[in-house]
Ligand binder design. Sequence first.
Ligand SMILES: Nc1nc2c(ncn2[C@@H]2O[C@H](COP(=O)(O)OP(=O)(O)OP(=O)(O)O)[C@@H](O)[C@H]2O)c(=O)[nH]1
Length: 200
Amino acid sequence: MAKAYDHLFKVLLIGDSGVGKTCLIIRFAEDNFNSTYISTIGIDFKIRTVDIEGKKIKLQVWDTAGQERFKTITTAYYRGAMGIILVYDITDEKSYENIQNWMKSIKENASAGVERLLLGNKCDIESKRRVPTERAEKLAKEYGMRFFETSAKSSVNVEEAFNALARDILLKTSKRQGPNSKGQLNLKSPEKKSSKCLLV
Ligand SMILES: Nc1nc2c(ncn2[C@@H]2O[C@H](COP(=O)(O)OP(=O)(O)OP(=O)(O)O)[C@@H](O)[C@H]2O)c(=O)[nH]1
């Protein structure tokens, strides 16, 4: 029987407790949203297959607990990740400041060359915004990461963010395989631009 996918990519979400990591994964994997907050205990994952440039990419998306007490468990999963999504909440300045600490944690625990992506979630509550878009844009640029403002609730930029990350990992994988590889793709490397919250 033919394999149901061409590539399996492991992606990990990290960030402070309550920023919306679980909700982003549920929006992406099940197109659903629940406003009841149940804090993640340890680690969990969901799967969704996406189509990129005619390739079937199976994304195994790992959800980590943001609470400090689970750190030893969650950091153990960094090593196997090909992509890491750093999430903060645009209404919570502390969660944004902590991105620096999460970056440090990536440096200490993840594989070198892991693709990173920055998300400012909850952009549907503009009235409570504490982190200006431009501030996060600048930070993402400094670190050479893509940046999206998202809303798991209103389904803004969630699909776009996961697809962009999958594409970047695919590009990296295909480059690593070399020009004579059968899996070589003719993917262009789009500039790592930012995507603001555009609520309709
Ligand atoms: N308004 C709004 N609320 C959101 C959004 N995403 C998540 N929330 C709410 O924020 C709360 C926390 O969401 P979770 O997804 O559980 O947060 P988490 O980052 O997984 O938290 P931990 O598991 O503790 O690390 C819940 O009450 C969600 O309903 C969003 O995009 N907009």
